[in-house]
Design a protein around this ligand. Sequence first.
Ligand code: ARG
Length: 450
Amino acid sequence: MWKGRFAKDTSTLVQDFGESISYDWRLYPHDVAGSIAHARAQLNAGLLNDEEFSQIEKGLREIEVDIREGRFEFRTSLEDIHMNIEAELTKRIGAAGGKLHTARSRNDQVATDTRLYCRTQIDSMLEAITALQNVLLDQSDKNAAAVMPGYTHLQRGQPVTVGHHLLAYVEMLERDKGRMADCRKRLNVSPLGSGALAGSTINLDREAIAKELGFDGITHNSMDAIADRDYIAELLFAISMMGVHLSRLSEDLILWCSSEFGFVTLSDEHTTGSSLMPQKKNPDVCEITRGKTGRLVGNLMNLLVAMKGLPITYNRDLQEDKPPLFDSVDTILLVLAVNTEMIGAMEMRQDRCLAAASDPMLLATDLADALVKSGVPFRSAHELVGKAVAESVESGVPLDELDLEKIDEAYTPEMKSVFSLQTALAARTNTGAPSIENVKREVERWRACL
Ligand code: ARG
């Protein structure tokens, strides 16, 4: 493509070093769409005649089909998807193919292609996240009234329900969707027309190109449009954050399916055995989800570090944006699909959850609240209950069986009524708190939202 200036061919080693076709071939549908929109603008500007435009459009469509059906032969010597397609087009249709690159550079072309790719993938991810939210919602519905301990520091804290616990992840995933949708809005502008870095002396109708490609508008500074990959970094962050959320969910499930907790049974289909220990049933899906999160975060770091020292505008380093982008998108889509299947099929063991929540210590805070309601300042109430807890630990008498009035006269016999999980949950009626009614209402709210 640049033979005019050079006397020797690029060495094979440099070709292998610099090629991106082995991975950016995936941009082909976007590259074709971008080229057709660009060619139409050339037609409308009088740079192509009808015949030339039709040849280009038809040629590009045929190339697209050939690539999709695995018939296209990519050449490393042609470096990337843009040059592979253009060279093949010219081979197929002749002179008109040589006109396509008028008023365009691979720099605005690749920025366009990656924006279109991100947009398409965001739409797939949004759908996949909603599917996962839906199975979490089904489980929350089934387990809306299933009492379990809520933990801080992985120590039993206060009673909640399984539904409430799982709905926490529905919330997190909704924010993940919000981040993606936000990123989509910001990236959905067309860089075409920015050229190599300084636009072109041949002015095509940028707005018309943008419209044809489904962009909401056009970029307003050619240098920025060529140089920045912030939209990819944003997306990689949104994916990483979601990965972190799913990694924490995995960790919960890993704990829950241990013998020590025994809160959940994962299906045989979503667990693996041991080649040595016949009794094992391992939560590999959760562990791999947790493990892959490292990769997602790594991909974000990869891009940020690659960009940080680059003078604007385009530098070839930017070609390294695509492997982390593709890897994160592929990874998270797989993570979402497998987790949706696994969570949809898991069975919560409500009896085990309830047994773990039946430790009266979980209601120590409620006892302090009862003292507060009778006029004791919270700090004093906390200390009084602390004393009762210490005595229970020392004597081995459960907290709800202690003679509280002996510990302090602030205690009254009615205060013992706090030692009921049903009462404890029923009292938690404020928005966001885990009363069973609230959890059921939240399930309904989410059903309507999703
Ligand atoms: N394959 C290149 C990339 O992904 C396309 C842009 C090449 N531009 C250039 N000036 N060499 O970044």
